[in-house]
Design a protein around this ligand. Sequence first.
Ligand code: RIB
Ligand code: CA
Length: 336
Amino acid sequence: MVVLADACHHDLAPDALAFPGARWGKMATSIIIDTDPGQDDAVALLLALGSPLDILAITVVAGNVPLDLTVHNTLVVCDVANRSDVPVYAGAGGPLEGVLVTAEYVHGPTGLDGYELPDPTRHVSDGFAPDRIVELVMGHPPGEITLCTLGPLTNVALALRQEPAIAGRLAGIVMMGGGFFEGGNTTPAAEFNIFVDPMAAAEVFRAGIDIVMMPLDVTHKVLSNAARVDAFKQLGNHAGEVIAGWIDFFDRYDREKYGTDGAPLHDPCVIAYLLEPELFSGRFCNVEIETESALTRGMTVVDWWGVTDRAPNAQVMREVDADRFFALLTRTVGML
Ligand code: RIB
Ligand code: CA
Protein backbone atom coordinates (compact mmCIF):
# COMPACT_ATOMS: atom_id res chain seq x y z
CA MET A 1 0.00 0.00 0.00
CA VAL A 2 1.45 3.37 -0.96
CA VAL A 3 0.67 6.06 1.57
CA LEU A 4 0.63 9.59 0.26
CA ALA A 5 2.46 12.42 1.88
CA ASP A 6 0.36 13.60 4.76
CA ALA A 7 -2.60 15.40 3.26
CA CYS A 8 -2.11 17.98 5.99
CA HIS A 9 0.96 19.36 4.29
CA HIS A 10 -0.78 20.95 1.32
CA ASP A 11 -1.15 24.67 1.78
CA LEU A 12 -4.47 26.18 2.66
CA ALA A 13 -5.51 29.09 0.51
CA PRO A 14 -3.78 32.22 1.84
CA ASP A 15 -7.09 33.62 3.05
CA ALA A 16 -8.15 30.39 4.65
CA LEU A 17 -8.59 30.44 8.38
CA ALA A 18 -7.21 27.11 9.41
CA PHE A 19 -9.05 26.05 12.49
CA PRO A 20 -6.85 24.45 15.17
CA GLY A 21 -6.63 20.79 14.30
CA ALA A 22 -7.90 21.64 10.86
CA ARG A 23 -6.00 18.80 9.37
CA TRP A 24 -6.85 15.24 8.66
CA GLY A 25 -4.45 12.41 8.90
CA LYS A 26 -3.13 10.53 5.92
CA MET A 27 -5.64 9.56 3.25
CA ALA A 28 -4.75 5.96 2.44
CA THR A 29 -4.41 4.97 -1.18
CA SER A 30 -6.15 1.62 -0.89
CA ILE A 31 -9.53 2.80 -2.05
CA ILE A 32 -13.13 1.89 -2.72
CA ILE A 33 -14.77 4.06 -5.38
CA ASP A 34 -18.55 4.57 -5.20
CA THR A 35 -19.91 5.92 -8.44
CA ASP A 36 -22.88 6.68 -10.74
CA PRO A 37 -21.33 6.94 -14.24
CA GLY A 38 -21.94 9.64 -15.91
CA GLN A 39 -19.14 10.88 -18.13
CA ASP A 40 -17.29 12.73 -15.37
CA ASP A 41 -17.42 9.64 -13.15
CA ALA A 42 -16.01 7.67 -16.08
CA VAL A 43 -13.07 10.06 -16.44
CA ALA A 44 -12.45 9.78 -12.70
CA LEU A 45 -12.51 5.99 -12.96
CA LEU A 46 -9.97 6.04 -15.81
CA LEU A 47 -7.73 8.35 -13.77
CA ALA A 48 -7.88 5.93 -10.85
CA LEU A 49 -7.53 2.78 -12.98
CA GLY A 50 -4.45 4.21 -14.71
CA SER A 51 -2.82 5.36 -11.47
CA PRO A 52 -0.85 3.54 -8.74
CA LEU A 53 -3.92 3.64 -6.47
CA ASP A 54 -4.88 0.24 -5.03
CA ILE A 55 -8.55 -0.05 -6.03
CA LEU A 56 -10.13 -2.73 -3.81
CA ALA A 57 -13.57 -2.40 -5.40
CA ILE A 58 -15.87 -0.15 -7.36
CA THR A 59 -19.38 0.09 -5.90
CA VAL A 60 -22.21 1.44 -8.00
CA VAL A 61 -25.21 3.56 -7.08
CA ALA A 62 -28.17 4.96 -9.02
CA GLY A 63 -27.81 8.66 -9.76
CA ASN A 64 -27.05 10.19 -13.13
CA VAL A 65 -29.01 7.31 -14.66
CA PRO A 66 -30.78 4.29 -13.13
CA LEU A 67 -28.73 1.52 -11.50
CA ASP A 68 -28.80 -0.94 -14.40
CA LEU A 69 -27.13 1.67 -16.58
CA THR A 70 -24.63 2.90 -13.96
CA VAL A 71 -23.57 -0.73 -13.45
CA HIS A 72 -23.30 -1.31 -17.21
CA ASN A 73 -21.32 1.91 -17.65
CA THR A 74 -18.92 1.05 -14.82
CA LEU A 75 -18.12 -2.33 -16.38
CA VAL A 76 -17.65 -0.70 -19.80
CA VAL A 77 -15.21 1.86 -18.34
CA CYS A 78 -13.19 -0.91 -16.66
CA ASP A 79 -12.88 -2.51 -20.11
CA VAL A 80 -11.62 0.76 -21.62
CA ALA A 81 -8.82 0.62 -19.01
CA ASN A 82 -8.32 -3.15 -19.44
CA ARG A 83 -8.99 -3.50 -15.71
CA SER A 84 -11.53 -6.30 -15.46
CA ASP A 85 -9.53 -7.39 -12.37
CA VAL A 86 -11.32 -4.78 -10.22
CA PRO A 87 -14.54 -6.13 -8.69
CA VAL A 88 -17.69 -4.10 -9.41
CA TYR A 89 -20.64 -4.40 -7.01
CA ALA A 90 -24.18 -3.12 -7.59
CA GLY A 91 -25.73 -1.08 -4.80
CA ALA A 92 -28.78 1.05 -4.13
CA GLY A 93 -31.28 1.68 -6.90
CA GLY A 94 -32.60 4.83 -5.26
CA PRO A 95 -32.30 7.14 -2.25
CA LEU A 96 -33.00 6.18 1.37
CA GLU A 97 -36.28 8.06 1.14
CA GLY A 98 -38.35 9.23 -1.81
CA VAL A 99 -37.94 8.57 -5.51
CA LEU A 100 -34.81 8.57 -7.65
CA VAL A 101 -34.01 11.77 -9.53
CA THR A 102 -31.75 11.20 -12.56
CA ALA A 103 -29.81 13.49 -14.93
CA GLU A 104 -30.22 12.23 -18.49
CA TYR A 105 -30.58 15.89 -19.49
CA VAL A 106 -26.86 16.23 -18.73
CA HIS A 107 -25.42 12.78 -19.45
CA GLY A 108 -27.72 11.51 -22.21
CA PRO A 109 -30.10 8.53 -22.11
CA THR A 110 -27.31 5.98 -21.56
CA GLY A 111 -25.43 8.11 -19.04
CA LEU A 112 -22.29 7.64 -21.11
CA ASP A 113 -23.25 9.27 -24.41
CA GLY A 114 -20.50 10.70 -26.60
CA TYR A 115 -18.58 7.58 -27.59
CA GLU A 116 -19.94 4.24 -28.77
CA LEU A 117 -18.43 1.41 -26.73
CA PRO A 118 -19.05 -2.36 -26.86
CA ASP A 119 -20.99 -4.14 -24.15
CA PRO A 120 -18.92 -5.18 -21.13
CA THR A 121 -16.81 -8.33 -21.29
CA ARG A 122 -17.95 -9.47 -17.82
CA HIS A 123 -20.87 -9.45 -15.43
CA VAL A 124 -21.14 -7.50 -12.22
CA SER A 125 -19.57 -9.24 -9.18
CA ASP A 126 -21.79 -10.98 -6.63
CA GLY A 127 -22.94 -9.12 -3.56
CA PHE A 128 -24.71 -5.92 -2.56
CA ALA A 129 -22.41 -2.91 -2.56
CA PRO A 130 -23.08 -1.73 1.04
CA ASP A 131 -22.38 -5.27 2.29
CA ARG A 132 -19.10 -5.37 0.34
CA ILE A 133 -18.08 -1.97 1.70
CA VAL A 134 -18.62 -3.24 5.26
CA GLU A 135 -16.73 -6.48 4.57
CA LEU A 136 -13.76 -4.73 3.01
CA VAL A 137 -13.46 -2.03 5.68
CA MET A 138 -13.92 -4.42 8.61
CA GLY A 139 -11.56 -6.90 6.94
CA HIS A 140 -8.68 -4.39 6.72
CA PRO A 141 -6.74 -2.79 9.59
CA PRO A 142 -8.05 0.64 10.68
CA GLY A 143 -6.94 3.57 8.54
CA GLU A 144 -6.05 1.49 5.47
CA ILE A 145 -9.01 2.34 3.21
CA THR A 146 -10.20 5.65 1.80
CA LEU A 147 -13.72 5.76 0.39
CA CYS A 148 -13.98 7.89 -2.76
CA THR A 149 -17.57 8.86 -3.56
CA LEU A 150 -18.58 10.28 -6.92
CA GLY A 151 -22.37 10.10 -6.66
CA PRO A 152 -25.25 10.09 -4.17
CA LEU A 153 -24.20 8.73 -0.77
CA THR A 154 -26.88 6.05 -0.44
CA ASN A 155 -24.49 3.05 -0.48
CA VAL A 156 -22.29 4.66 2.16
CA ALA A 157 -25.22 5.48 4.44
CA LEU A 158 -26.54 1.92 4.12
CA ALA A 159 -23.10 0.53 4.98
CA LEU A 160 -22.92 2.82 8.04
CA ARG A 161 -26.39 1.73 9.16
CA GLN A 162 -25.33 -1.90 8.82
CA GLU A 163 -22.00 -1.47 10.63
CA PRO A 164 -21.41 1.93 12.33
CA ALA A 165 -17.89 0.77 13.24
CA ILE A 166 -16.71 1.42 9.68
CA ALA A 167 -16.74 5.12 10.56
CA GLY A 168 -13.79 4.65 12.91
CA ARG A 169 -11.89 2.28 10.60
CA LEU A 170 -11.94 4.30 7.38
CA ALA A 171 -8.93 6.55 6.74
CA GLY A 172 -11.56 8.95 5.47
CA ILE A 173 -13.94 9.83 2.68
CA VAL A 174 -13.08 12.03 -0.28
CA MET A 175 -16.38 13.03 -1.85
CA MET A 176 -17.68 15.12 -4.71
CA GLY A 177 -20.83 16.94 -3.73
CA GLY A 178 -22.41 20.10 -2.42
CA GLY A 179 -21.80 23.75 -3.02
CA PHE A 180 -21.77 26.93 -0.97
CA PHE A 181 -20.78 30.26 -2.56
CA GLU A 182 -21.42 28.56 -5.94
CA GLY A 183 -24.95 27.51 -4.92
CA GLY A 184 -26.56 24.44 -6.43
CA ASN A 185 -26.72 22.92 -9.92
CA THR A 186 -29.97 21.00 -9.50
CA THR A 187 -31.94 23.54 -7.48
CA PRO A 188 -30.69 27.03 -6.58
CA ALA A 189 -29.59 25.53 -3.26
CA ALA A 190 -28.64 21.91 -3.96
CA GLU A 191 -25.95 20.09 -5.95
CA PHE A 192 -27.08 16.86 -7.66
CA ASN A 193 -25.30 14.20 -5.56
CA ILE A 194 -26.65 15.64 -2.33
CA PHE A 195 -30.06 16.51 -3.78
CA VAL A 196 -30.66 12.89 -4.89
CA ASP A 197 -30.22 11.61 -1.33
CA PRO A 198 -29.94 14.35 1.32
CA MET A 199 -30.77 11.94 4.16
CA ALA A 200 -27.82 9.74 3.21
CA ALA A 201 -25.54 12.76 3.00
CA ALA A 202 -26.70 13.99 6.41
CA GLU A 203 -25.95 10.59 7.99
CA VAL A 204 -22.51 10.43 6.38
CA PHE A 205 -21.52 13.95 7.44
CA ARG A 206 -22.64 13.20 11.01
CA ALA A 207 -20.80 9.88 11.26
CA GLY A 208 -17.54 11.36 12.56
CA ILE A 209 -15.53 10.31 9.51
CA ASP A 210 -12.66 12.48 8.20
CA ILE A 211 -14.23 13.99 5.08
CA VAL A 212 -12.58 15.90 2.24
CA MET A 213 -15.33 17.64 0.27
CA MET A 214 -15.07 18.68 -3.38
CA PRO A 215 -18.04 21.04 -3.89
CA LEU A 216 -19.06 22.88 -7.05
CA ASP A 217 -16.98 25.81 -5.75
CA VAL A 218 -13.85 23.91 -6.68
CA THR A 219 -15.08 21.59 -9.44
CA HIS A 220 -16.33 24.53 -11.48
CA LYS A 221 -12.69 25.64 -11.69
CA VAL A 222 -11.55 22.58 -13.69
CA LEU A 223 -13.16 23.27 -17.05
CA SER A 224 -12.48 21.00 -20.00
CA ASN A 225 -11.81 23.77 -22.53
CA ALA A 226 -10.92 23.06 -26.16
CA ALA A 227 -7.15 22.95 -25.58
CA ARG A 228 -7.57 20.44 -22.76
CA VAL A 229 -9.90 18.24 -24.80
CA ASP A 230 -7.42 18.39 -27.67
CA ALA A 231 -4.67 17.22 -25.31
CA PHE A 232 -6.68 14.02 -24.74
CA LYS A 233 -7.07 13.55 -28.50
CA GLN A 234 -3.32 14.09 -29.00
CA LEU A 235 -2.53 11.19 -26.64
CA GLY A 236 -3.16 8.86 -29.58
CA ASN A 237 -4.60 6.11 -27.37
CA HIS A 238 -8.08 4.65 -27.05
CA ALA A 239 -8.74 6.08 -23.59
CA GLY A 240 -7.82 9.60 -24.72
CA GLU A 241 -10.09 9.33 -27.75
CA VAL A 242 -12.99 8.03 -25.62
CA ILE A 243 -12.62 10.80 -23.03
CA ALA A 244 -12.59 13.46 -25.78
CA GLY A 245 -15.82 11.99 -27.14
CA TRP A 246 -17.48 11.92 -23.71
CA ILE A 247 -16.50 15.52 -22.97
CA ASP A 248 -17.64 16.76 -26.37
CA PHE A 249 -21.09 15.44 -25.45
CA PHE A 250 -21.05 16.22 -21.73
CA ASP A 251 -19.92 19.84 -21.98
CA ARG A 252 -22.80 21.11 -24.16
CA TYR A 253 -25.06 21.38 -21.08
CA ASP A 254 -22.68 23.45 -18.91
CA ARG A 255 -21.56 25.61 -21.84
CA GLU A 256 -25.18 26.55 -22.48
CA LYS A 257 -26.15 26.95 -18.82
CA TYR A 258 -23.08 28.76 -17.48
CA GLY A 259 -21.60 30.16 -20.69
CA THR A 260 -18.30 28.58 -19.67
CA ASP A 261 -15.51 27.39 -21.96
CA GLY A 262 -15.98 23.69 -21.29
CA ALA A 263 -17.58 21.46 -18.71
CA PRO A 264 -16.47 21.08 -15.09
CA LEU A 265 -14.80 17.68 -14.51
CA HIS A 266 -16.37 17.26 -11.08
CA ASP A 267 -15.58 13.68 -10.09
CA PRO A 268 -11.91 13.45 -11.20
CA CYS A 269 -11.17 16.03 -8.47
CA VAL A 270 -11.75 13.27 -5.90
CA ILE A 271 -9.14 10.96 -7.41
CA ALA A 272 -6.71 13.81 -8.18
CA TYR A 273 -6.79 14.74 -4.49
CA LEU A 274 -5.52 11.29 -3.50
CA LEU A 275 -2.73 11.47 -6.08
CA GLU A 276 -1.68 15.11 -5.59
CA PRO A 277 -3.46 16.69 -2.59
CA GLU A 278 -1.34 19.81 -2.93
CA LEU A 279 -3.34 20.75 -6.03
CA PHE A 280 -6.21 21.72 -3.75
CA SER A 281 -6.72 24.07 -0.85
CA GLY A 282 -9.64 24.91 1.37
CA ARG A 283 -10.80 25.21 4.90
CA PHE A 284 -11.82 22.97 7.80
CA CYS A 285 -15.50 23.76 8.35
CA ASN A 286 -18.72 22.49 9.72
CA VAL A 287 -21.02 21.15 7.01
CA GLU A 288 -24.64 20.24 7.67
CA ILE A 289 -27.21 19.02 5.16
CA GLU A 290 -30.72 20.43 4.84
CA THR A 291 -33.17 17.52 4.71
CA GLU A 292 -36.50 19.12 5.63
CA SER A 293 -37.17 22.31 3.67
CA ALA A 294 -38.93 21.90 0.33
CA LEU A 295 -37.14 25.03 -0.86
CA THR A 296 -33.57 24.14 0.14
CA ARG A 297 -33.63 20.33 0.54
CA GLY A 298 -30.16 18.95 -0.26
CA MET A 299 -28.33 22.19 0.49
CA THR A 300 -24.88 21.82 2.05
CA VAL A 301 -24.77 24.47 4.75
CA VAL A 302 -21.03 25.26 4.98
CA ASP A 303 -19.94 27.37 7.95
CA TRP A 304 -17.01 28.84 5.98
CA TRP A 305 -16.66 31.88 8.26
CA GLY A 306 -16.99 29.92 11.50
CA VAL A 307 -20.02 31.88 12.72
CA THR A 308 -21.60 28.93 14.57
CA ASP A 309 -20.36 26.76 17.40
CA ARG A 310 -20.89 23.64 15.29
CA ALA A 311 -17.71 21.55 15.23
CA PRO A 312 -15.84 21.43 11.90
CA ASN A 313 -16.37 18.03 10.23
CA ALA A 314 -15.00 18.43 6.71
CA GLN A 315 -12.03 19.82 4.82
CA VAL A 316 -13.96 21.88 2.25
CA MET A 317 -11.97 22.57 -0.91
CA ARG A 318 -12.38 25.86 -2.76
CA GLU A 319 -9.21 26.34 -4.83
CA VAL A 320 -7.43 24.11 -7.34
CA ASP A 321 -4.45 24.42 -9.69
CA ALA A 322 -6.45 23.58 -12.83
CA ASP A 323 -3.46 23.36 -15.18
CA ARG A 324 -1.67 20.88 -12.93
CA PHE A 325 -4.94 18.98 -12.48
CA PHE A 326 -5.32 18.51 -16.24
CA ALA A 327 -1.62 17.69 -16.62
CA LEU A 328 -2.04 14.88 -14.04
CA LEU A 329 -5.21 13.65 -15.73
CA THR A 330 -3.78 13.69 -19.26
CA ARG A 331 -0.47 12.14 -18.18
CA THR A 332 -2.20 9.28 -16.36
CA VAL A 333 -4.75 8.59 -19.10
CA GLY A 334 -1.87 8.56 -21.58
CA MET A 335 -0.46 5.52 -19.77
CA LEU A 336 -3.65 3.42 -20.22
O1 RIB B 1 -23.23 17.67 -9.52
C1 RIB B 1 -22.23 16.93 -10.16
C2 RIB B 1 -22.23 15.51 -9.69
O2 RIB B 1 -23.49 14.89 -9.98
C3 RIB B 1 -21.19 14.64 -10.43
O3 RIB B 1 -20.79 13.60 -9.58
C4 RIB B 1 -21.97 14.08 -11.57
O4 RIB B 1 -21.44 12.86 -12.06
C5 RIB B 1 -23.30 13.84 -10.92
O5 RIB B 1 -23.24 12.59 -10.25
CA1 CA C 1 -21.06 11.29 -10.34
